[in-house]
Design a protein around this ligand. Structure first.
Ligand code: FAD
Length: 501
């Protein structure tokens, strides 16, 4: 009897069905389960629910008669409906909870994970070989480059340097409203999207599922064909400009030269190797400069892989980390993505981008949304949940290290060497968002004090003892002693409280 293979909604590319030692048998029947309980449990961004359902249904349409597509309340019920008591195989799911679930079913054989460059045992061997030294991303990334011969000239990094970050931290071009990059790929909705919209409307009307955010025209690929077109468009037309302004923000140009490929990678529509190999080919063909290509390869072969590995390495308890003992609840205006209630132009802009598209690039995530939460002492678990629900590319594995570790420093420094937060001056240097804002980035107290500037100093003050002992933040903490208006500043910060800034 043939054993069917179960595909989760983030395992939708061809590499999840290709046979091999660790893969399903050739041409086996496929099971896809749309479990409504997933959408009931959390209040997702509607554009995210739309994208995931559209992608699952597009995959089912591609697989035709080979797939058993089941709509059920839970995965357990769906699997029973699809195969009864028969056994199935599945590639390792991407969250601790779903891995536990499939292991508990008794009829499921779990095959190794796919969709990443580094197998988990190889990472464990690398981590063991570090002999207790910190598992820093830069070391991991160089090891991945060597192992996969990415951007290498024999044993040396292409161009002679591993790290070209220095060339990739430029502020936005002065006086320009946009970067002027060629437009990114935009998919065209089809009948499947129409049916998804119809179902989501019905669920909302029935009151069984609630969403947040706007479900405008779908912006992200929902099929392999669309994802390949997006990758091609990026590598051929946009990659060349990826590097220099990677960390900059422009109010009128939210995407700049970013690839918009995260949701396609995380849905499994693209494999990371094909993305980095295409980028490298573009450099070798003289179509993109090395700093842009290295920057892109670093994001995928470095950061994305590192985050995936840390998720499993740190274990499920990592989500409860709260080294700074932050426990404030998220205010309603933030939960509801109520950008119109916010006066601070930078935060209003980023929140509006999330509301309207379920996406912002990494600097608004880290230095606007995450930084604001960190400065206000919001509960890191709730912040993680918010990011997970509100971003089209959010999944448990990618959320935990990025939010608990990188953004909220809730792990006390296991992932990063210092908390990522700043005053308004950083935002002013790296964006045009302070222009026309009611607040002034350099003012710490008074009515026009920038909420990021007061928040930054208040954060340093609150965690003074811990941060004074960290060589990367000690100098900033010493700056507190030079502030003549510290009390006034703290008062202004408290005044702001939970109200939208
Ligand atoms: P680009 O800037 O074009 O980068 C190329 C690719 O690199 C991305 O598509 C992504 O696959 C990968 N990448 C880069 N950095 C990371 C990273 N830190 N973790 C994982 N992949 C990375 N990324 C997600 O995929 N899902 C998330 O839910 C997510 N949440 C984040 C939350 C916070 C607080 C922060 C600071 C970062 C988060 N990131 C997340 C990482 C990064 O912000 C997004 O991957 C990126 O903005 C997606 O846009 P893009 O595809 O245009 O990326």
């Amino acid at each position: 009897m043939t054993t069917a293979h179960w595909l989760f909604g983030d395992q939708l590319g061809p590499h999840f069905l290709s046979p091999g030692e660790d893969g399903p048998d050739r041409d086996v029947p496929v099971v896809i389960i749309e479990a409504r309980s997933v959408f009931r449990r959390r209040r997702f961004h509607r554009a995210k629910a739309h994208l995931v359902l559209s992608a699952m249904r597009h995959r089912a349409a591609e697989l035709g008669g080979r797939v058993r597509y089941v709509r059920s309340e839970t995965y357990r019920e769906g699997l029973r409906e699809a195969v009864g008591d028969d056994t199935v195989t599945v590639h390792q799911p991407t969250s601790h909870a779903v891995l536990r679930l499939v292991e508990s079913l008794g009829t499921v054989t779990v095959l190794p994970a796919r969709g990443f460059l580094v197998p988990r045992p190889a990472f464990s061997a690398w981590a063991d070989a570090r002999g207790g030294r910190p598992l820093r991303q830069e070391d991991f990334y160089r090891w991945v480059r060597r192992e996969h011969e990415l951007l290498m000239d024999a044993d040396a990094p292409a161009g002679g340097r591993w790290n070209l970050d220095h060339d990739n931290r430029e502020p936005p071009p002065r006086g320009e409203r946009t970067l002027g990059a060629p437009a990114p790929y935009r998919p065209r909705e089809d009948d499947i999207d129409e049916r998804v919209r119809h179902d989501l409307d019905r669920w909302e009307r029935e009151g069984t599922v609630r969403f947040v955010g706007r479900d405008g025209p779908r912006r992200f690929p929902a099929s392999r064909r669309e994802a390949l077109a997006a990758l091609r468009r990026f590598t051929e037309h946009r990659l060349a400009g990826f590097g220099p302004h990677e960390d900059a923000m422009l109010a009128a140009d939210p995407v700049m030269s970013h690839s918009l490929l995260s949701s396609s990678l995380n849905l499994g529509l693209l494999h990371p190797l094909e993305c980095v190999e295409r980028a490298e080919r573009a450099w070798r063909a003289g179509q993109a400069p090395l700093n842009s290509v290295e920057g892109f390869v670093r994001q995928i072969a470095g950061w994305r892989e590192y985050v995936w590995q840390l998720y499993w390495h740190f274990g499920d308890d990592y989500r409860d980390s709260n080294a700074l003992r932050h426990d404030a609840p998220l205010p309603d205006w933030f939960l509801e993505l109520d950008a119109d209630a916010v006066t601070a132009r930078c935060l209003a802009t980023a929140l509006a981008q999330v509301r309207d598209t379920g996406w912002t690039h990494h600097i608004p995530r880290l230095m606007l949304l995450g930084s604001y939460a960190l400065q206000r002492g919001w509960d890191p678990r709730a912040v993680t949940d918010w990011f997970h629900r509100c971003f089209v590319d959010g999944y448990d594995w990618v959320m935990l290290p990025n939010v608990v570790g990188m953004s909220q420093y809730a792990d006390g420094g296991r992932m990063t060497t210092k908390p990522y937060t700043s005053g308004g001056s950083y935002v002013n240097r790296m964006s045009d968002l302070c222009k026309g804002c009611a607040y002034r980035p350099t003012e710490r107290s008074g009515d026009r004090a920038c909420p990021y500037t007061t928040g930054y100093w208040a954060f340093l003050h609150r965690h003074r003892r811990r941060l004074a002992g960290n060589h990367r933040t000690a100098q900033a903490v010493r700056g507190l002693d030079r502030l003549a208006d510290l009390d006034e500043l703290l008062g202004r910060n408290t005044e702001l409280g939970d109200a939208p800034p």
